[in-house]
Design a protein around this ligand. Structure first.
Ligand SMILES: CCCCCCCCCCCCC[C@H](O)CC(=O)SCCNC(=O)CCNC(=O)[C@H](O)C(C)(C)COP(=O)(O)OP(=O)(O)OC[C@H]1O[C@@H](n2cnc3c(N)ncnc32)[C@H](O)[C@@H]1OP(=O)(O)O
Length: 257
């Protein structure tokens, strides 16, 4: 399917989605978010897709919500229409999705990257929640996911001052999984996605679900949840294939069963 604001590139079992509004530093408007939700829904259904990489341009992953489009919004319309309430379904994408961030990931752009499973950043990446400079606060999870990722002190610093942090600071704070040279960014992300897509899909989906569940419940409940998923994988052919391949000193061929 052709999109107005996205470029889609499938490489074996990995799909690369590139945000494509360079004229506005990939500012997230309603078209982008509807097209992204549509593309992810399609990939969720497509058995040929094992993992997704979401990226932008060298200058900007996404510079936030489209301020020009949002400027005239009013409280009643935002509240009664639950403005941006539907976008959390992007965070509900069940397959693995990696954010490959170069340049600016600000406001909704940082929030979108945090909805992905992990972030690989180029050395040029800059992250922030500058909403306070516009007279608002983060509205798509910035105050919640950033605090869980980097802790109260740095999240409060970024949300109250609106400052940016560079890739090195973001990695040391725990927001970013890896930092690479800009020219390596997409290859690194696609290689990581391809490796994940080579594993057993039920195990990959359960690993993602278990990690995400740690934000939603007590440690005791989370340990029980994890253990039940662990038990269930011993009912899969892939568990037998994976452990059999190790014992026989050969590469496993997972069949997602
Ligand atoms: C009814 C609304 C429908 C929207 C529905 C879909 C929304 C989905 C996401 C919602 C998320 C909402 C919650 C979120 O927390 C709120 C936000 O994200 S608020 C925005 C936060 N971001 C910012 O404040 C960053 C704004 N940009 C900048 O500070 C600077 O552009 C920069 C990133 C520091 C780069 O500076 P420069 O290098 O100098 O480049 P320019 O400033 O000249 O920008 C180039 C060009 O891009 C346009 N542009 C940049 N950012 C945005 C933006 N966020 N929105 C719209 N346009 C943007 C800029 O205007 C320039 O365009 P030009 O003027 O040349 O036409």
């Amino acid at each position: 399917m052709a999109y107005e604001t996205l470029l889609i590139d499938q490489r074996d079992r990995v799909v690369v989605i590139t945000l494509n509004r360079p004229q506005a530093l990939n500012a997230l408007n309603s078209t982008v978010m509807h097209e992204l939700a549509d593309a992810l829904a399609s990939m969720e259904r497509d058995a040929g897709v094992g993992a997704v990489v979401l990226t932008g341009s060298e200058k900007a992953f996404a510079a936030g919500a489209d301020i020009k489009e949002m400027q005239s919004l009013n409280f009643v319309d935002a509240y009664t229409g639950d403005f941006i309430g539907g976008w959390d379904k992007i965070a509900g994408f069940r397959k693995p999705i990696i954010a490959a961030v170069s340049g600016f990931a600000l406001g909704g752009g940082c929030e979108l990257a945090m909805m992905c499973d992990f972030i690989i950043a180029s050395k040029t990446a800059k992250f922030g929640q500058p909403e306070i400079t516009l007279g608002i606060i983060p509205g798509m999870g910035g105050s919640q996911r950033l605090t869980r990722a980097v802790g109260k002190a740095k999240a409060m610093d970024l949300c109250l001052t609106g400052r940016m942090m560079d890739a090195a600071e973001a990695e040391s704070a725990g927001l970013v999984a890896r930092v690479v040279d800009a020219e390596r960014l997409l290859d690194e992300a696609v290689e990581a996605a391809a490796k994940i897509a080579s594993f057993s899909l039920p195990a990959v989906l359960m690993a993602k679900e278990a990690v995400n569940r740690s934000f939603e419940q007590t440690l005791a409940e989370g340990l029980r949840f994890e253990r039940r998923l662990f038990h269930s994988l011993f009912a899969t052919e892939d568990q037998k294939e994976g452990m059999g391949a190790f014992v026989e000193k050969r590469k496993p061929q997972f069949r997602n069963k």
